[in-house]
Every structure is written in C-alpha cells, then in structure tokens.
Design a protein around this ligand. Structure first.
Ligand code: TPP
Length: 279
C-alpha cells in the first residue's frame, strides 16, 4: 500500500539531493540547461521511484516500461536520476563534460548508458520515437507502458501534432505524455514566440485524455498518473505547470539559466540554499 506521507517526504528529499548534484555538475562540467533540468525534477523522481516498472539491474528487460526524455536537453537531471536509482555507479558522473565521457548535454544513443532509451535533443522527435515503441508493444501484445516527457517549446514542432494524431488514431492507450510547461523557451516566453493556448483543449481535440496539474506537487502527479492509467481507449497527456529553475530562488523563472553556467559564487549560493532545504 502506498504510504503517501512517508513517500512524499522521501521524494522531496531525493528531489532536493538531485537538484544539488545537478547544479554542482553544471558548474564543474560546464553543462548548461539548468533551468530546464530543475523544472522537471519532481516529475522524474515520481516516475522513477514510484511509477515506472523498471529494474535498474536488468535495464533491457523486454517487459519494462519505457521512458523517453523528449526534451533531451534535460539529460543532466535524468543522468542523476538514473545514477541514484542504481542504473550505474554515480561516480561515473564525475566524468561529465570531459573528453571520452558518455555524459554530456543530451542522452547518447541506447546501449551506452543503462536506462537511456533514445538519443534525443533535437526537439520534436522523442514523442514519435515513444509512439513507435508503443505501437510495437501493441502489435506484440505486450503490456508495458510508454512515457515521454516533452517541453512546452517542443510543442511548437509539427512532429508533435503529427504524433498526437497518430497515437489517438491507433488508440495507443498505454502511452502517457507529460509536458513540462515552464512557460519559457530558449530565447523567450512560449506565449510570445508561438502561443500554445488553449493547450488542454488542443490535446483533447487530437483525441487524447488530457489533464492539467502542478508539476511540483507529488500528490497531483500521483493522481494524474493514476487517472492516466485508468484510461484504456486513448493516449493520455498531463500538462504539468512548472517553474523553470525551480528550487534555487535566484534561478526561478529567470530564463538566463537556460544556457548560463553558475560561476563559483553563484554555485555556493545555490548549494547553500539547497542544503538549507534538506530536511
Ligand atoms: C529541433 C530543435 N531546434 C532547436 C533546438 C535548440 N534548443 C534547445 S532547447 C530549446 C528550447 C527550450 O525551451 P523548451 O523546449 O520549452 O524547454 P525548456 O528548456 O523550457 O524546458 C531550443 C530551441 C533543439 N534542441 N532542437
């Protein structure tokens, strides 16, 4: 039985720890996209600690649930998640950003880092890959589920909407897309570059079961995934409202942290804040 209080408390602790390590690695390895990583921590932590049917020691199990990081530039936080879940030794992350390392800005192709299902980073391609995997699973009568994490800027890509049509037309009900809706893209506000609204209605009109939640609230993440699991005639999408840079006050909702690397002083301020939050 799911012990909500205990688990949410623990999940918050894990989220804080992973934020700490991601900020430190960004500084040490000069890897950008901190704001993008910090906005999706709770989503990834819930998926990897509670939701996904995965065995870190058997990461190629044919029946595993699949997770595709469609917003591939969020790889630095996914690398931390996989290490902490035991897919590989977290000391490997000390090589991040160095020549010969597997850990850079985006996920490499499958087969190099355990737990990585697809080489993503060119926005708009992760969801189509996820749907291909889900379609193959359906044809083979497998029961695994497929999840994809998208960004809001990514929803400006035509491939996302082509995929959206495909998934509903094939009734891929074992698919859940989650949109990290932090309202920013690389160079500006999503609503100013190419507005997505009304986003929930758009997904519904493409034949998806659509929900909107606070993407930093574990209780809402849990309820929305439980609801998505109960839908068996169409794919599901969860629009998760998030804050870019969440968890480090001077990075929150400041899009400079899309590309910026923290200098020494900024690093110590960020780590001090994240340490203070440790319960
Ligand atoms: C096809 C494609 N075009 C451009 C880029 C360069 N790029 C990297 S991240 C990004 C946008 C970031 O905004 P968003 O997708 O909303 O993600 P966030 O970082 O806000 O989570 C862009 C345009 C890319 N990775 N892929």
């Amino acid at each position: 039985m799911f012990e909500e209080t205990i688990n949410f408390y623990k999940l918050n602790e894990i989220s804080n720890l992973l934020r700490y390590r991601t900020v430190k690695t960004s500084h040490d390895a000069s890897i950008p996209h901190l704001g993008s990583c910090l906005s999706c921590v709770e989503i990834l932590v819930y998926l990897y600690w509670i939701e996904l049917n995965l065995n870190p020691l058997n990461s190629n199990d044919q029946d595993r649930d699949r997770f595709i990081l469609s917003k591939g530039h969020g790889a630095p936080i996914l690398f931390q998640v996989l290490a902490e879940r035991g897919f590989y030794d977290k000391n490997l992350l000390k090589t991040a950003g160095k020549n010969g390392s597997l850990f850079h800005e985006h996920p490499p192709k499958p087969g190099f880092i355990p737990g990585i299902e697809a080489a993503t980073g060119s926005l708009g391609h992760g969801l189509p890959i996820a749907l291909g995997i889900a379609m193959a699973g359906k044809i083979k009568k497998k029961s695994f589920r497929t999840f994809a994490l998208l960004s809001d800027g990514e929803c400006n890509e035509g491939t996302i909407w082509e995929s959206a049509m495909f998934a509903s037309s094939k009734s891929l009900s074992r698919v859940t897309a989650i949109i990290d809706f932090n309202k920013w893209q690389a160079t500006g506000r999503t609503k100013e570059i190419m507005s997505l609204e009304p986003l929930l209605e758009k997904w519904k009109s493409f034949g998806w079961h659509a929900q909107e939640i606070n993407g930093h609230n574990f209780s809402e993440i849990k309820d929305s995934l439980d609801e998505a699991n109960s839908i068996n005639d169409k794919p599901s999408v969860i629009i998760a409202n998030t804050i870019k840079g969440k968890g480090v006050s001077f990075m929150e909702d400041d899009n400079n942290w899309h590309y910026r690397i923290p200098n020494k002083e900024e690093l110590s301020m960020a780590l001090a804040e994240l340490s203070k939050n440790k319960k």
